[in-house]
Design a protein around this ligand. Sequence first.
Ligand code: GH3
Ligand code: MG
Ligand code: MG
Length: 440
Amino acid sequence: MAIGFWLNFAALAVRAYIYLVTLLSHRQVSEQIDYTDLLMVFAYIPFVILLSLPSGKSYPTPLLWVDAIQVIIAGYLIYIKLFSIIPFTQISVQPISVERLIAFYNIADLTFCCMAALRFRASTTKDEKNFYRAYCWFIGVSTILIGLHNALAGQTDRAGYPELLGVAPGLFFCILVYFLPTESRGKESTYSRNKLTIFLNTASPLFYTLSLLVLSIDAARNYFRFGMSTIAAAFLLYGFRSTVLQRSYEHSERSLETVRDKLQEILLTDQLTGVANRRCFDQTLESEWNRAVRGKNPMSLLLIDVDYFKRLNDLFGHSVGDECLVRVAAALHSALPRAGDLLARYGGEEFAAILPHTDQSGAHLVAARMQDAVNKLKIQNESSIGPYISISIGIATHGPHSGGSPRILLEASDQALYQAKTNGRNRIEVAMMPTSPSSS
Ligand code: GH3
Ligand code: MG
Ligand code: MG
């Protein structure tokens, strides 16, 4: 914006000086082209870029450069089109009429009013809303004043005081900036992205290339080589832009995938022991059950509970209890060599293992291996059954012809575990499952 305003100020200052000198010397308004109009056209460039920046997100710098180059070329082509002159060559196909120039500035200002209003509507943050509100005010008042100036000054061949009206919008802007609320920065309140925002964010970059192509094709009629070079430039810049965008999409897709995997892992893992959590257990039990029923395969469920764990907590403290759980989980896991088996922390000091394609004898073998692994840890505890930590296991098996549901399998293994507890702990009990043709 600063660049835009400085260019504008420079053009207006030079122009004001020229008019003032002409006015004081009572001369005719000079027909000769001064390049203040080139500055005026270029002063629009930063605003075009500004008004087409995507709302509510950061914009990669390479894209900003591509846009800037496209708009600069477009501004240059507009100047050539308007003035029928290649700047600084003094070769003019035909001099520009005052009406044409006035029409151009009026149309450009009105277009900016519409763009600013659209951006105000599509703003997604409070800062953006404030900014575009101020910009709407500025461009609105400036369009009226410049329109007035052009209407008054354009009617006469002599320089008159209305020419000085041209500097008024700049002054108005300074006053506006002076009274702008400054505390708005950093306020987080955001507005939802509506369809307009999404449309503007997506379509505005295309606008540059399209304008550049149209202007280049038009320029090629009078200045063939120059026009063809800018057409080529438009394609090259668009190609570069697409490559940069594609790269950034690939990058964000990869990082999103990484975050998604990480979240999934967090969602399904028990934080303390690192084995699957209850959520993962519930999901897996359901899916493995369905698979077993479809394939008429057996599956077993083991519920494992640490004996007299409360005592260990009471004796040595919770952190020792936690460490014990971590080691017990690792030992239980080591007893499950098959990739398809799942060990989960069912809750507190209870674990569960889902063993697909495993019948009762197989499940018993695994349970014995688990007991053995935990016994080998020799974690100290003092209870009526010995000086070390032990586990009790309840087994329930779903046979190829047994009925029921995952819930019944779970209840059966819980019953078996209860049996193991009441029968003295540090033991394995097997649940009796109903044998009826599968109903699901
Ligand atoms: P039983 O042989 O009948 O299973 O006796 P128990 O003491 O193991 O059974 P109970 O269910 O009464 O005690 C379980 C204890 O496990 C109670 C609770 O404080 C403790 N506990 C549950 N989750 C955790 C945990 O994450 N860390 C620790 N350190 N202790 C836990
Ligand atoms: Mg216990
Ligand atoms: Mg328990």
